[in-house]
Write a new protein. Structure first.
Length: 202
């Protein structure tokens, strides 16, 4: 890129129902930040025909081999998108790439965590986090704000456990993980925006 600014790559991770999708939508609509960001959708959501999901198809009810096969596919898809997204951001003149979840999020969906993810993908941690500069982890919402919908079947306690697994995966293996929280969604979103602006030196 010559003398151009380095493109920052951020992973927006978090517990189920922590606000990732809402944050993506609001950031994209932000008159100042939205034009500077290339948003990359979650690989798992792109690979699953969500409209066909039913409760008995929930991930944790799948056979172990099917869970591992899916996470192997998600990891490979995510790694490939990392390379393509950075190149696309360069072409479009974007300053930052934000992923809705990324490779190590898959560890939170496997009983063996990161060790199992490495085993089923045949990759190393270095392979999985290559190019990721920062991880912003959205904390779980209060139980009163937790929503079960078409995309989410887990009861709140299980969602908390899953979120803890995802957080450990990133915090144990990436040097720059920041937890984003707030008493209300507007406060939480404001903290997220403030951290993104700080990373962009705005």
């Amino acid at each position: 890129m010559g003398n151009m600014e380095k493109i920052l790559v951020i992973v927006l991770s978090g517990a189920p129902s922590s606000g990732k999708t809402t944050a993506f939508r609001q950031l994209a609509a932000d008159a100042e930040l939205g034009s500077k960001i290339l948003f990359v959708e979650e690989s798992a959501a792109e690979l699953i025909p969500i409209h066909e999901m039913r409760d008995d198809d929930a991930f944790d009810k799948l056979p172990m081999e099917a869970q591992q096969s899916f996470q192997r596919l998600v990891a490979a898809h995510s790694v490939h998108k990392s390379f393509l997204a950075r190149r696309r951001a360069e072409r479009l003149g974007k300053r930052i790439v934000i992923f809705d979840r990324h490779t190590l999020d898959g560890a939170g969906y496997l009983k063996g965590g990161v060790s199992e993810l490495l085993s089923v993908t045949g990759m190393t941690v270095t392979d999985l986090i290559a190019g990721v500069d920062h991880v912003l982890f959205l904390a779980a919402p209060p139980e009163a704000h937790y929503v079960i919908n078409t995309y989410r079947f887990e009861p709140y306690a299980f969602a908390l456990k899953r979120g803890e697994g995802v957080y450990r995966a990133w915090s144990d293996h990436h040097p720059d993980v920041t937890v984003i929280d707030g008493d209300t969604w507007p406060a939480k979103y404001a903290n997220l925006v403030a951290e993104i602006r700080r990373l962009m030196n705005l």
